[in-house]
Design a protein around this ligand. Structure first.
Ligand SMILES: [Zn+2]
Ligand SMILES: [Zn+2]
Length: 510
């Protein structure tokens, strides 16, 4: 009964115009009454004046009531009602944190795997290790699970909708993840379609798979990376558009049996014995590129994985959502941030290649990377925010996590970032130092030198010690976002600067 009353009240209130509209409507009736008063006199117009007054007071009171009710309904009732969405979300938030602490902070899985595999090792011996030389074993392991881009994901989410068979031969169903509506127990379908079982409770979900975003026809680069490809294949080729974890990829273009070709398939091998673990880990983390877009991993990876694993990782591809993890908190973790020990080595001490891309922006919302709302209002303000806020934040992050020798590429999420940066860098640093060029991953890139605070004497000392500080990083714009204009507005200045040979740049001509 109470529920239906509340529903009726909500419907009534929702049909009531807003306070502002009410005041405007009320204001509209008075000019007519005043002109009538002037025409026939105030006394004869008295009934109309009283009626006008009643209508005005009534409408204002009604709008006021609706305003107060909306406030109570949206802000106060959810707090009073223990079963409201507000409390349900709070309970889930607490469960998420508790589960995370229990599973990853108290007993890191990686450590458990490491110690378990060592126990198995004592009695294990087989032909693979006894007869084959180490180089051959390594080649076999690389063939099995090396030279790929691999997804590493940890999310608090509904379970994946995994299937053993594809619905048809044309669908990709990457890693067995089906994107569709799912029939519920009563036969109805979940709405909208999803790659998750949205009817089941959320839980911490580890997931790993091969990345099939880019087809095998695109040129291979080091550590299993591939050059980007022209739009038109239906799947975005940049990391921040990756849909592998939603079941979409170019799987049908890759050789091998589905769904095995989408999976890493290394865990069974790693757990078989100590030697397999050591050699497998080396291939897994030293020859592949690890793609991470999970916010929990961008923040807590040092809590979740052992120092040994982190020091093996050689190539990383990150999709950073600065609204959820500020760069200053990147890879700090809970345990790491509580430690007062000075950090002597970068977290990923073997890192050779690091690429950071940014998650897509939401229209009208804050882009925390620059501290500005998207879309940006002023190119000058954006340029200033990039130079004085974002790039120094990236300098600080790189100092903490990778050695100075790592090849770092920061991909701009929008052409406007790049547009306000590249020419300014050429002007400030000179063309030779800025090195504007086509990028190996496609698109354009230029070099930003890290501002040095060192004196000449400090620099000499640093060079003598053999560990120079970072020289800079690449700023990159993906091929799909390059915008040199068309027709008479084509940007020949940049075309010449980048040596594009007067080919109206868009995609590589093949
Ligand atoms: Zn696949
Ligand atoms: Zn992928």
């Amino acid at each position: 009964m109470t529920g239906s009353c509340l529903a009726a009240m909500r419907e009534f209130i929702s049909s009531t115009p807003s306070f502002k509209v009410t005041l405007r409507d009320v204001a509209d009736i008075w000019p007519e009454i005043w002109s009538e008063c002037r025409r026939i006199g105030i006394v004869r117009c008295l009934p109309e004046l009283v009626l006008g007054l009643f209508v005005t007071i009534g409408m204002v009171l009604l709008a006021l009531f609706a305003h107060v009710w909306k406030l109570i309904d949206h802000r106060i009732l959810p707090i009073i009602d223990p079963w409201s969405l507000y409390h349900e979300e709070r309970r889930e938030y607490r469960r998420r944190d508790k589960e995370f602490t229990r599973r990853f902070l108290a007993h890191p899985d990686a450590v458990a795997i490491s110690s378990r595999s060592r126990r198995i090792s004592a009695t294990r011996s087989d032909l693979f290790f006894d007869r084959l030389p180490a180089e051959i074993r390594r080649l076999i392991l690389i063939e099995a699970f090396g030279h790929r881009t691999l997804h590493m994901s940890l999310e608090f989410q509904h379970p994946f909708h995994l299937v053993d068979a594809k619905s048809d031969d044309l669908s990709n169903t990457h890693a067995g993840i089906e994107y569709s509506a799912v029939a519920t127990a009563d036969g109805s379908m979940t709405d909208p379609p999803s790659h998750l079982l949205t009817g089941e409770p959320r839980q911490w979900t580890w997931f790993g798979c091969v990345c099939h975003r880019i087809p095998p026809t695109c040129s291979a680069l080091s550590y299993g990376r591939r050059r980007s490809w022209p739009i038109g294949h239906g799947i975005a080729s940049e990391p921040n558009g990756d849909c592998c974890l939603e079941g979409a990829g170019t799987c049908n273009e890759w050789p091998g049996e589905w769904p095995g070709k989408c999976k890493i398939g290394a865990l069974g091998w790693l757990l078989s014995c100590r030697q397999a673990y050591i050699e497998g880990m080396d291939v897994l983390y030293r020859t592949n590129t690890i793609h991470i877009s999970s916010t929990p991993l961008l923040h807590y990876l040092p809590d979740i994985m052992t120092h040994t694993v982190l020091s093996h990782i050689t190539s990383l591809e990150l999709v950073w959502n600065a609204n959820e993890v500020p760069l200053a908190l990147g890879f700090t973790g809970q345990a790491a941030s509580k430690s007062h020990k000075p950090q002597t080595k970068p977290l990923f001490s073997s890192m050779q290649v690091l690429r950071i891309t940014f998650a897509s922006f939401t229209w009208g919302k804050l882009d925390a990377a620059t501290g500005l709302n998207w879309p940006y209002r002023s190119k000058d303000v954006l340029a200033s925010q990039l130079q004085t806020r974002l790039f120094p934040d990236i300098d600080a992050l790189l100092d903490r996590i990778v050695p100075p020798s790592t090849d770092v590429t920061i991909s701009c999420p929008k052409w406007i970032w790049y547009e306000v940066t590249d020419l300014a860098l050429v002007e400030k640093q000179g063309k030779e130092a800025t090195k504007p060029q086509r990028a190996d991953i496609e698109g354009l890139k230029c070099w930003r030198e890290t501002p040095s605070m060192l004196t000449a004497a400090d620099k000499e000392l640093e060079e003598a010690s053999g560990s120079p500080s970072r020289a800079g990083f690449w700023i990159h714009i993906p091929v799909e976002d390059v915008n040199l204009g068309t027709g008479r507005n084509y940007d020949w200045k940049r075309d010449r600067l980048y040596g594009l040979e007067q080919v109206r740049f868009r995609y590589p001509v093949t």
